[in-house]
Design a protein around this ligand. Structure first.
Ligand code: DSN
Length: 433
């Protein structure tokens, strides 16, 4: 992409942008929550739509001048509903954390109970980790895997806990769980105890949109939250999708499942947020348009195929993966058991060779999160660059050789750069115009 004004008007900022562009172009991105957006998404994000305040929803705004904000938000909403077979979509949450908080606020009162996956078993910070504000406002209780070797969730224990604690929300969703969840079973339990079933599908939204993984809304879930920038390959943002039709957000409705769309709209604005970022909403619309194309379905399928091969190649080379593999786009490698290195050490070593991933807790990790006993890695970004099975095997070879101390990071960095040059990122290059 050519930049015509920024290089002259603020060379210091432009130099930082160029540095990040080179880092992204020459390095291998394996953090499973990241991706490369298209130049169309970048163009939409960098527009004057961000000048406009647009509190409210299309057709019901507080300020004037909403002809085009209404059009773009309605387009994003319609595309989101079609892609995820939802009746209602709110595309205004500023991030995944905000989206989750909005759902909690829409449905619960302070002190109410939520049942969610344990963080070290794959859950997410925003599902009530003690360090979050949500954990101060609500009472989070946990479910875990029954068997770490297979990754199966202990659904009987989940049901027993739900029957005893009567949570208001049961959350299915994760940021480091490599297996599939039984959505129908969880939705059934939620129904039995009168809870709302909420899926946080931030990590796998693109894989659901691309038809490679099941959609919780097709299996009895009431609400889905998702970020828009992971496998969905959009700008950093979030959405809340649900069944049911929204009513007038100016009137507080009763807390029933039928009223969820209205409750959610009210929780987003004025409950927890102010004006939505309309340039971001525009970029979400573009990304959703891209995700509806046939090539995105191929992408989603290839992400999973690549992850299977990468996991298999790591295990063949002696690595311990949590749950012994993956059904989705990510895997958690126990670096402590595999190489005697904690996650922090492995992350730093691999980064010195141009391979970026993140340290991650393993189930019931004895080490603190800033060290942790493992790393998390995945295939969304590499697949976006067009890498396939043979590149996954090469990546596994590099990771194992580096972690065993059998390869020189500087030499691998050059090889990584060479491979990346053959698979350019769709985000393009940053050039002076
Ligand atoms: N930070 C994201 C991740 O890496 O999974 C989730 O919010």
């Amino acid at each position: 992409m050519k930049y015509h004004v920024l290089p002259q008007s603020d060379p210091e900022v432009f130099e930082i942008l160029q540095g990040e562009a080179v880092r992204e172009a020459e390095g291998l991105e394996l953090i499973p929550s990241e991706n490369y957006v298209s130049e169309a998404v970048i163009e939409a994000l960098g527009t004057l739509m961000g000048n406009k305040y647009a509190e409210g929803t299309p057709g019901r705004r507080y300020y004037g001048g909403q002809t085009y904000t209404d059009r773009i938000e309605s387009l994003a909403i319609e595309r989101a509903k079609a892609l995820f077979r939802a009746d209602h979509a709110n595309v205004q949450p500023l991030s995944g954390a905000a989206a989750n908080l909005c759902v909690y606020a829409s449905w619960m009162d302070p002190g109410d109970t939520v049942l969610a996956m344990d963080l070290s078993h794959g859950g997410h910070l925003t599902h009530g980790a003690p360090v979050t504000f949500a954990a101060k406002a609500f009472n989070f209780i946990r479910y875990k895997m029954k068997d770490i070797e297979s990754g199966e969730i202990d659904y009987d224990a989940l049901e027993a806990t739900a029957l005893e604690a009567r949570p208001k929300i049961i959350i299915a969703g994760f940021s480091s769980y490599p297996r599939q969840l039984d959505y129908a079973r969880i939705a059934g339990i939620a129904q039995k105890v009168g809870a709302m079933a909420m899926a946080d599908m931030a990590h796998i939204a693109g894989l659901i949109a691309g038809g490679a993984l099941p959609n919780p809304l097709d299996h009895g879930f009431n609400v889905i939250t998702t970020t828009t920038h992971k496998t969905l390959r959009g700008p950093r943002g979030a959405m809340i999708l649900s069944k049911g039709i929204a009513g007038n957000p100016l009137k507080a409705p009763e807390k029933t499942l039928e009223n969820l769309p209205t409750l959610i709209d009210r929780a987003v604005f004025p409950g927890l947020q102010g004006g939505p970022h309309m340039n971001k909403v525009m970029a979400i619309a573009v990304a959703l348009g891209e995700a509806a194309r046939p090539e995105f379905r191929q992408y989603a399928t290839q992400v999973l195929a690549n992850a299977k091969v990468l996991a298999g190649a790591l295990m063949e080379r002696g690595c311990r993966l949590i749950t012994n593999g993956t059904d989705n786009h990510l895997m958690v490698l126990d670096t402590m058991t595999s190489f005697g290195k904690n996650g922090q050490e492995a992350q730093a070593l691999l980064e010195s060779a141009g391979i970026t991933l993140n340290k991650n807790a393993i189930p019931d990790d004895p080490l603190p999160p800033f060290k942790s006993s493992g790393v998390r890695l995945g295939t969304p970004s590499a697949t976006t660059r067009g890498m396939k099975e043979q590149e996954m095997i090469r990546i596994a070879e590099w990771i194992v050789a580096l972690c065993k101390g059998e390869a020189d990071p500087a030499a691998v960095k050059e090889e990584v750069k060479e491979l990346c040059a053959k698979h350019p990122s769709p985000s393009g290059v940053v050039e002076r115009g």
